[in-house]
Design a protein around this ligand. Structure first.
Ligand code: DAU
Length: 334
């Protein structure tokens, strides 16, 4: 089997390749990746010596078509993914997430290639903090940010291509991922690397916003379950019952790293900041038999801290620029 992994040099895509190599050695993998700031192009050949990397933007329809044409399956991770960036510069999100996905599905349609489209629980908007409800596959789309609106748009394109053209596709919408190789702009690696560089952790607003955390390996194992057993045309939610507010995540990081529990600042809130995400993954569990099989959150977080401690050369070159960008956008409020 030949699979094409778009965005395979990024956080979730590269961990997907790791898991695939460990558990499915007979699969040939090709990666199509634009190599933007969040991709690790330099380290790719060392980490994946036998994987072919095509460095191209999905907006390039011809290259995308050629890569898709030679594949039996496309797993489409490539996306601009950081909400804060989308609030300051939305266009790359439209280009990558909408135009890029359009080119992928058109190529899959032309060559009748099976597609799995990776998406986000953010397409559903947010929930009240004290609402017992969680997102399900039938929750109405209600995205808040330019990022989540473009992911919602990409999902709609895939759904329309399934219905109108018989595209053989499944979609998954996952909750917040954490684990090794995540860019330091994201919440958990930012706080870990702040501690490692002697800075204070930074919480947007009250810190009471809730995210539903899942280890990246858990996510990727669920993606394989959907590829293996999912019904064409269906959407599956992926989550591992990991709801936590941001302040409690920061306090756990501080505790695991031997720092004082209040060693954080409240800083300017994110405009339109979604309050709470929570995923009900019943369909995935009951219909497809998926269950989390890796570490619980605290153990996964401790492993992730160890990874950032041991891999300073991987993240240090990005850290100064990321913090300079944040410093220009945020002020300490308490
Ligand atoms: O829910 C899935 C989504 O999770 C993915 O689709 C996105 O690609 C991914 O970036 C993530 O979105 P979030 O906006 O939830 O992730 P982020 O890491 O940016 O922030 C997590 C929470 O932490 C959010 O409530 C904002 C807050 N935050 C973030 C940063 C960077 C802070 O309080 N301080 C920070 O420094």
């Amino acid at each position: 089997m030949n699979i094409l992994v778009t965005g395979g040099a990024g956080f979730i895509g590269s961990n997907f390749i790791d898991l695939t190599r460990q558990e499915r050695g007979d699969i040939d993998i090709t990666v199509l990746d634009a190599g933007n700031y969040a991709a690790d192009i330099e380290g790719f050949a060392t980490r994946f010596p036998e994987v072919e990397l095509i460095r191209a933007d999905l907006a390039d329809a011809e290259v995308t078509d050629r890569a898709v044409c030679e594949s039996d399956l496309v797993v489409h991770f490539a996306a601009e993914s950081h909400n804060d960036n989308s609030l300051h510069s939305p266009w790359p999100f439209v280009q990558s997430n909408i135009i890029g996905t359009y080119n992928v599905i058109e190529a899959c349609r032309r060559h009748d290639v099976r597609l799995h489209h990776i998406s986000s629980d953010e397409v559903y908007g947010d929930l009240e903090i004290d609402d017992p409800a969680r997102f399900t596959e039938s929750t109405a789309y209600n995205p808040s940010s330019p990022y989540s609106a473009t992911k919602a748009g990409s999902d709609m394109l895939v759904r329309a291509w399934v219905r109108s053209f018989g595209l053989r596709a499944t979609i998954s919408n996952c909750s917040n991922n954490y684990g090794p190789y995540q860019h330091v702009e994201k919440f958990i690696p930012r706080q870990i690397t702040n501690v490692l560089t002697g800075a204070r952790c930074k919480l947007y607003g009250t810190g009471l916003n809730v995210r539903d955390w899942i280890h990246v390996d858990e996510h990727n194992a669920a993606v394989w379950t959907i590829i293996d057993k999912g019904e064409i045309g269906r959407t599956y939610l992926i989550g591992a019952d990991g709801e936590k507010n941001n302040i409690s995540v920061v306090r756990t990081i501080l505790e695991l790293m031997g720092r004082e529990p209040d060693d954080f600042d409240h800083v300017t809130d994110r405009p339109g900041h979604d309050l709470r995400y929570a995923v009900d993954a019943t369909a995935l569990r009951e219909e497809l038999g998926w269950a989390p099989r890796f570490a619980d959150f605290r153990t996964g977080l401790a492993d992730t801290i160890e990874w950032y401690r041991d891999n300073r050369s991987w993240w240090e070159p990005q850290k100064t620029a990321v913090e300079a960008t944040y410093a220009a956008r945020e002020e300490v409020i308490s």
